[in-house]
Design a protein around this ligand. Sequence first.
Ligand code: NI
Length: 188
Amino acid sequence: MAVLPIRITGDPVLHSPALPVAEFDEELHRLVADMIETMHEAPGVGLAAPQVGVGLRVFVYDWQDGEMRHSGVAINPRLWVSQPTVEALDDEAESEGCLSVPGERFPLRRSQHALLHAFELSGQPYELEASGWLARIFQHEFDHLNGVLYVDRLNEANSKLAVKAVKKRNWGVPGSSWLPGVDLLEGE
Ligand code: NI
């Protein structure tokens, strides 16, 4: 297993739709093992394959909710979500981050409920209902597989701030990455 470099916004692989996994083989097992190790080292609560430069429809997640630990692998996922509410954004409670825009956080409205259909590494299909933060994680990671970052979804005011932050750090161009456990990022 290995910790992989995480691509930073601007890298084309993060902004293109990923392809479905066709073979549940050794290589896929290795990719998932490396993604889990990279996510833990970062640390993060989720990681999608495009973030480590692999354009495949795979994400991993690991989130501790009090006593409950939610972790797993989602291969070729489909996601259904509830209608998001329209009341004012809560800048603290709805603040989201991404390992591909490291050190930054911006509030974003997400759907409160999500239904995930995906495949395990074994090839077994499964379904999982999530609400709250886990539903947010699924929406965030699923977006990655469609070439969408959470900063692409911000409201106008937050989008301006995000664009400025990315420019200030000289991101937004191909070829930037950071290595968890090695690189220290300003603001982390
Ligand atoms: Ni992300």
